[in-house]
Ligand binder design. Sequence first.
Ligand SMILES: [Zn+2]
Length: 365
Amino acid sequence: MHLLNQITTLSNQMMIYKQSSDLLLNEEKGDPEQKIQEAIELSDKFIKFDKSNEELTTIVNKHIKEIASIRPGRKLLKSLSKFDKTIEVKKKREFEFQVNSIVDIFTNKPLPTVYEIGVTADEYLEYIGMDSEKNEHLLKRPAWVGFGHELVHAWEAFALEELSEEQEEKETILFSMHNGSEQHTVTGFRQRIFTDKDRLDPMRVLCENTFLLYAHLPPRTRYYNDPLSTEKAKFASTVKPLSKEMYYVWLEQRVYTAHLTQLPINKVRDKLYVSRQYLFNYIVQCPIAVNFLAEEWKENREFILDLVQWPHINILPHVPKWCADKQFMLEAIRRNRDAKEHLSQNLKEDENFMKTADRLSLLKN
Ligand SMILES: [Zn+2]
């Protein structure tokens, strides 16, 4: 039952994630000038840069103003200011976040750690975002969102102590998210931020996608742009964004997929390695797993019929072959009359069959 415990933990984490994220995204809009000004002044205490450099000053001030103009942004600036640490912003070849911890070679004592953000003069940065139809596009987001991304890295560096590689491996890393830190910075989901305390704290899930969703831009779905690089980037504002709710569904599916493929017991998909009862329990607990069922399991008549009995699993759309099988579907309807909705077109047009099916579903009433 070890795996089932993990799945329960995971769905708990997803629930906390969604509730915390809602706290950020459902906030009333309306941004009083005074609050924006206060947040900008606050950022001046911990964001340092060479103010004699006119270009850099213009870039940084512009990004900070944008971030301070939205409530999640002000939350991030406020939280960062409480750590009593400094972030140095420099002009670099690309946007990046770096932690420089060094030791004095003569005394062997650690020197103060330097947290550094690199920015460019670009007004827009490319990324892969998802539209309302769940299509991914190469898009251009305003550069302040990229600056916000680097600030989330800083928050993570301040709030969470360094992770060893071994610990990192134990985390669920989503497809195309590079590592735990990028995943957290882009999606706000990182298992270790839920492990120590199980309480709602919007800061734990505040991420680049909070900014994108808040600004009604398509959320980022990949860390790397490469897979779609032949497409010409268009402005994010020209694409209808995936809704917050659909974004949660997308994230949840990614989390479970990653979990199923990364666990040592990733054999859930493979009938050779997992017992029927075990897989059955798994799916009852975690219905989303039907998306990853191995073909051999889909061929297994009795197994599928057992799943049909559970309305919350909705297995039939995944097994069109069985939906066209008369004997199978009669048995399926006997067990769960809603199965009738999934009959193949041919069976629906078969009058004799439909009479029998109707009689069976009436019996259940
Ligand atoms: Zn990053």
